[in-house]
Write a protein that binds this ligand. Structure first.
Ligand code: NAP
Length: 455
């Protein structure tokens, strides 16, 4: 079956691609294995020079890359351009810091000298999602290549043009062809690729079922994995918070990337002391969002990436309503071409129903009223996910409790959860394991080799 690039704002098919044949996959795996043998011997300086060049191209051509992302998966153009800029940032970060992060660590023992050396492990398969079609890939590739590994990308099947543009980006920056290759393949091909002896490890960003499947194949073949999966992040607001900033940030945190972000805030847990005012202001700001053509600079919310996502949202909202939830604004798809869904606010969602803890991918927010901090923490943790979390309070004791007791890979106090190349990123529970970014990310796909030298 052909892999299609379809504009979610219009439904128009932009391009189709034939998946790579078995022979082409074989050729690419062989090239990856051979290129690894030369790439692993290059110096940090050489790699940094080329990754720096990737950053330059991203910056120089951010409008072109931005437009490509927007027409292929629907994110507003402002956000798409910012994504290209952020990719340049992660490249520069690793170009400057990889050598320090991977420097030998001397450990005093009874040997004459003993130390830890970090070495690359080989071709790494990256299975990636469409929602940040450049960022997800670059945040894997920059540290992986700087560490001396080579990359194989199986991107989401609705963003083939982005996948090919990224492959081209590395080639234009001067990396030999086998250093980073895109495999245009369907999900069914992943098992064979991952089972191949030449592939050393895998990283997957995506849904729980996809993560579970890739991890079990990798487990069978004794290969390491990093999983960055879904989330149902809480956004908690306590009475001492800066109220206006909390409301505005809450709306942004829910609707960023048209609501299709793993770390979008999805459950708003608000102290009863300020709940009514928060609900009023939040609904007002959700209603004011401009929904429309994602190529327009003024658009806040564009179309969802695929028709299936609109169907999933409709099912989730209808289920919630049938179980007692009320819609304060939105609640239906827009009657126009493209995959548009109204910014929506749900209240009275029963915390014991499925929707209250499953991931909602789209501009649909749920508000919950809580009596105190104990109830806030208990509700925040009542999900199988544990990716990000935000808590708004100016009370130091409350801040400490949120930091210690919320079950998540990240806690932002008085802010919106966001990734940053300098800080580790990842989740616990069903949100996955392992970390990306920072020194922790670059150490995921290396052999941590112990060296012990006597006289
Ligand atoms: P998805 O359906 O799981 O797809 C992600 C990738 O996995 C795609 O390349 C997909 O290929 C592939 N895939 C799907 N099923 C697979 C299987 N059984 N075996 C191997 N590969 C498989 O997720 P999505 O809808 O694209 O992305 C949204 C999900 O990603 C959300 O749950 C979101 O929270 C999560 N996400 C997490 C993070 C994070 O950092 N934690 C960041 C962004 C997104 P096809 O496209 O060909 O199906």
């Amino acid at each position: 079956m052909a892999i299609a690039s379809i504009n979610p704002a219009t439904g128009e098919t932009l391009k189709t691609f034939e998946p790579h044949s078995s022979a082409e996959i074989e050729q690419k795996l062989q090239l990856a294995a051979e290129t690894f043998q030369s790439h692993r011997r290059t110096s940090f300086e050489e790699r940094a020079e080329k990754i720096g060049r990737v950053a330059e191209i991203l910056e120089n051509e951010k409008l072109v890359f931005g437009k490509l992302m927007t027409t292929e998966m629907g994110k507003p153009i402002k956000a798409a351009i910012a994504e290209a800029e952020k990719c340049a940032w992660v490249c520069r970060y690793y170009a400057e810091n990889a050598q320090t992060h991977l420097a030998d660590i001397v450990v005093e023992t009874d040997a004459k000298k003993s130390f830890v050396r970090f070495q690359p492990i080989g071709p790494v398969l990256a299975v990636m999602p469409w929602n940040f079609p450049f960022w997800q890939v670059l945040r894997f590739a920059a540290p992986a290549l700087m560490a001396g590994n080579v990359g194989l990308l199986k991107h989401a099947s609705n963003v083939p043009q982005c996948a090919l543009a990224i492959e081209d980006l590395f080639r234009r920056a001067g990396f030999p062809e086998g250093t980073f290759q895109t495999l245009l393949v369907a999900v069914q091909a992943v098992e064979r690729i991952l089972a191949d002896e030449r592939v050393a490890a895998a990283t997957l960003t995506g849904s729980e079922p996809a993560g579970s499947s890739v991890a079990s194949i990798a487990g069978k073949h004794i290969k390491t994995t990093v999983l960055e999966l879904g989330g149902s992040d809480p956004f908690i607001v306590m009475p001492s918070a800066n109220f206006e900033a909390a409301v505005t940030t809450a709306v942004k945190a829910r609707t960023i990337n048209n609501g299709q972000s793993c770390i979008a805030a999805k459950r708003f847990i608000v102290s009863a002391a300020i709940y009514d005012e928060f609900e009023r202001s939040f609904v007002e700001e959700m209603k004011a969002l401009r929904v429309g053509d994602p190529l327009e600079e003024s658009t806040d919310i564009g179309p969802l990436a695929t028709p299936q996502i609109v169907k999933d949202l409709e099912r989730q909202v209808n289920d919630a309503v049938s179980q007692g939830a009320r819609i304060l604004t939105g609640g239906k798809r827009l009657q126009r071409p493209g995959n548009y869904y109204e910014p929506t606010v749900l209240v009275d969602v029963n915390p014991s129903t499925k929707i209250s803890c499953e991931e909602i991918f789209g501009p649909v927010a749920m508000l919950f009223r809580v009596a105190d901090i104990n109830e806030a923490i208990q509700l925040a943790n009542s999900t199988t996910f544990g990716l990000g979390s935000a808590a708004w309070t100016n009370d130091a004791q409350e801040q400490e409790r949120f930091i210690n007791e919320v079950e998540a890979g990240t806690v932002f106090i008085n802010g919106m959860v966001a990734s940053d190349p300098r800080l580790p990123f990842g989740g616990i529970k069903h949100s996955g394991y392992g970390r990306e970014l920072s020194e922790f990310g670059i150490r995921e796909f290396v052999n941590i080799k112990t060296v012990w030298i006597n006289q």
